[in-house]
Design a protein around this ligand. Sequence first.
Ligand code: ARG
Length: 460
Amino acid sequence: AASKPWAGRFAEPTDAFVEGFTASVGFDQRLYREDIAGSTAHARMLARQGILSADECASIVAGLERIAERIEAGDFSWSVPLEDVHMNIEAALTADIGEAGKRLHTGRSRNDQVATDIRLWLRGEIDAIQVALQKLREALLGLAEREAATILPGFTHLQVAQPVTFGHHMMAWHAMLERDTGRFIDCRRRLNQMPLGAAALAGTSYSIDRDYTAELLGFDAPCENSLDAVSDRDFAIEFVSAASILMMHLSRFAEELILWSSAQFDFIELADSFCTGSSIMPQKKNPDVPELIRGKTGRIFGHLMALLTLMKGQPLAYNKDNQEDKEPLFDTADTLRGSLKVFAEMMARLRCKPERMRAAATQGFATATDLADYLVHKGIAFRDAHEVVGRAVAYAIQQHRDLAELTLDELRRFSPAIGPDVFEVLRLDGSVAARDHIGGTAPSQVLAAVARARARRDCS
Ligand code: ARG
């Protein structure tokens, strides 16, 4: 077995099972790029401060580059006795370049090293997530524009409430996703501080230049406090929180798509390539993609709980518990990126069934509120108007007819204020067009909302 960098004070070798139990290289090798970037910047800083010679630095930087190439070519063997990505790379470097490799860890600890690696990695993931989230938002804007005037029933309590436009409905989801974008921007800003220099926990006695290393690595600043820098993972919790909220939105949205593609609603058609069939029932076309997104939300919520619980009992500063931060974090980013990608592609190919949506909106007395508002315009108090319309609805239910299907004489039995112009307000198109203010469902407002969202995007 490779000899361990910390073997000096030990009298017996690590128990064979413990070796595997404590190792993280099986999963943290994924951080190799960030680990090499961090080491390269650290070596440059040490050389600039005169702590390493220029030759040593050049040899370290070139050696690290060769290791990256070997890893990428699949030509690097990871050693479990060397525990983690950090010691594997450092040992390979020393095997390659000799003496200078042993000087790389000057003024550094794996504690500030790993905290730096994760932050660098997460920063890159957030940037990729923002691109994927933007694509989904674009798909929704396109759909909202195309279906700005398409009418469907709006629901409260999953009961028909009032007609709304499909574009307006899509813009509701867009508003939620826009706030999600903001949450990731905030998270990235707070995490972009550099732990290096904190060393194990107390800082280091070498004359380091943390600002320089931070600049090389694209961090906004070094972390203020060395104990905090190596021990907190609140940035990871914040990321998984933002991911959980986003997945909660995607899950709700997925739930609607599943309902809407059922025979009972039949409002939309998902592209065949985003659905699967049944091995027994030949007629089936199942909305697997939205169902899986709804299902995967559970695992992200689980990761959030895992990370919160991981931190809650840890005294300062670094504890090995923190090694458990990686798998939940990796899986959160992977799951989120996959979910966003497939959601965006699925939405771009969504087909609406406007006639089915309209038919559903004509059931359930979706324009009853419009009739009450009509009576208010005729001088009746809203509470009285509400009562009048309630009685008219009860009559229509008994008749198995919609309000718009009653004759003027029938309607006038409930209020003499009703005139022949009433049928205009009972129409679905009149109802949505009347909600003509910022945030309202009128088609013109949907188009204005799309334009405003695009303008915000272009100046952000
Ligand atoms: N593999 C460790 C982790 O993921 C790296 C830091 C180890 N530090 C230590 N003192 N054992 O957290």
